[in-house]
Design a protein around this ligand. Sequence first.
Ligand code: SF4
Length: 62
Amino acid sequence: MQVTVDEDRCRGHGICGTLCPEVFTLTDDGYSVAQEPGVPAGFEQAVRDAAGSCPERAIIVT
Ligand code: SF4
């Protein structure tokens, strides 16, 4: 599983960083960065939950 955050869509709600801080790091202004594109084993569902919870649909899972 790969995950990226579309920085043009992200509006810094921070939900992803709350749901899965192991994968999503929030910058000082609250915007999200996927630490690594490859999702570590065991975090697939948390990443899917974060993607489904992002109001901007900025999280792209492939
Ligand atoms: S939940 Fe969506 S909009 Fe909010 S910080 Fe994460 S990627 Fe950005």
